[in-house]
Ligand binder design. Structure first.
Ligand SMILES: [Ca+2]
Ligand SMILES: [Ca+2]
Length: 227
């Protein structure tokens, strides 16, 4: 049984040419459809940036998930190119928790990342694409994102409980370009490993908390945007 479950992983690695990586005798992760949700995507940035690109997943199941062997395929929306990555090391994800897969390396990894896929993917994320999360060919979630911002991240509306159904609808996505006041020179961080803010508008208390430079204080709390 185990031998059967290992085979698709080995085969997929051959297809995507990951020949410079370790042997891929990893099990098929026990993850059911909809138990993981793509919640946030951060692409290439303009200006200062220390966070790099990354993809955030949420454990929407009520159990801890062992994600070793999980695969993601990212396809450019026009179908002209794709990239694939495989989680090659033991990673478990508690119920309700978030996992961030990025392309930065380092030992230890930067604090906002859980896993680096640099061994599998050498190019940046497509500006618009489809992310397919799967376990040995079984699709767990499919999310389509459009027009990654060059300042900040694209997020699934934090006003919604993350679900694999909701992230299939464009209207449920928006840009999170809140200024991180703790480390403003490091780039627009987004919310890696954490729940997303609401798309109704980032809350603020002063103008310099907003990428637009304007905090509308006519509401309580204030909302980024013109006054
Ligand atoms: Ca979906
Ligand atoms: Ca997040």
């Amino acid at each position: 049984m185990l031998r059967d479950s290992i085979f698709p992983i080995v085969l997929s690695a051959v297809i995507f040419g990951a020949c410079d990586s370790d042997p891929l005798e990893v099990p098929c992760p026990d993850v059911e459809v909809g138990e993981l949700v793509v919640t946030e995507v951060r692409g290439n940035q303009t200006g200062n940036d220390t966070y790099g690109e990354w993809i955030e997943l949420h454990n929407a199941s009520g159990r801890t998930l062992d994600l070793t062997g999980l695969s993601l395929t990212i396809t450019k929306l026009d179908g002209s190119s794709d990239a694939a990555l495989l989680v090659r090391t033991p990673i478990s994800l508690a119920p309700g928790a978030y996992l961030v897969l990025g392309r930065l390396d380092g030992t230890p990894l930067p604090a906002h990342l859980d896993y680096s896929y640099s061994a599998d993917v050498s190019r940046g994320l497509f500006d618009s694409g489809a992310i397919r999360v799967s376990s040995c060919g079984k699709e767990i979630d499919l999310a389509v994102y459009r027009n990654l911002p060059t300042k900040g991240s694209l997020i699934l509306n934090g006003a919604l409980a993350p679900s694999a159904d909701d992230n299939s609808t464009d209207i449920n996505w928006c840009v999170d370009d809140r200024v991180d006041l703790d480390t403003p020179i490091s780039g627009f961080k987004g919310s890696p490993k954490a729940a997303n803010p609401s798309c109704d508008g980032a809350t603020c208390t002063q103008d310099d908390e907003c990428a637009s430079g304007a905090c509308n204080l006519n509401t309580d709390p204030g909302v980024c945007g013109s006054t």
